[in-house]
Write a protein that binds this ligand. Structure first.
Ligand SMILES: Cc1cc2nc3c(=O)[nH]c(=O)nc-3n(C[C@H](O)[C@H](O)[C@H](O)COP(=O)(O)O)c2cc1C
Length: 165
């Protein structure tokens, strides 16, 4: 009989609640609780088999509250994690190299705590940051239905890969 997998999602989403839409698509598929990085106690992580970390991308990285949380985590060799984000620019689609680096800081912090990053997800999010406001923002309506369908596929793959373990 397979062991019941317990998942947690740590979410910080404030600009247009874009990343929250992704989290709310993934969470029911994994049966995951969603908590904010400021409210979660790192000791709670022991109860979970898989932890997802998601936020918008602000100044080329995940939100500071997630990065700070990663610093506070205790060493957990082999604990499984996944990363997700929404951003004004798309990761890894032939854009300037820096966009593929959005997840680097959080990934490296978690890996240094022994976490294994099993998969990562990014999609575009409506962005009216600073001067973009003047032109009505970019990516209006994102994440859209297709983005959320991709998030659903991502979550189903995660779920299946966990069950095989
Ligand atoms: C202060 C700030 C800084 C941002 N910096 C970046 C950035 O460096 N790269 C990028 O692609 N998008 C950037 N964005 C756009 C956000 O990543 C995007 O709007 C995201 O979907 C917001 O997520 P949220 O609604 O969940 O907070 C920034 C937005 C804000 C408000």
């Amino acid at each position: 009989m397979g062991k019941y997998m317990k998942s947690l999602i740590i979410l910080y989403s404030y600009h247009h609640h874009n990343t929250e839409k992704v989290a709310k698509t993934i969470a029911p598929i994994l049966g995951a609780d969603i908590k904010s990085p400021e409210d979660v106690n790192p000791e709670e992580f022991q109860e979970y088999d898989l932890v997802g970390f998601g936020s918008g991308i602000y100044a080329y990285k995940h939100h500071k509250t997630l990065l700070d949380l990663a610093d506070r985590l205790s060493q957990s060799e082999g604990k499984k994690a996944f990363l997700f984000s929404t951003s004004g620019a798309k990761i890894g689609s032939g854009m300037i190299r820096i966009t593929s680096k959005f997840h680097d800081e959080l990934r490296e912090k978690l890996q240094s705590k022994g976490y294994i990053i099993v998969n990562e997800f990014n999609c575009k999010g409506f962005d009216t940051n600073s001067a973009l406001k003047l032109i009505g923002g970019i990516n209006r309506g994102r994440p859209n239905a297709e983005d959320l369908k991709n998030a659903e596929t991502f979550a189903l793959k995660l779920k299946n890969s966990q069950q095989k373990c």
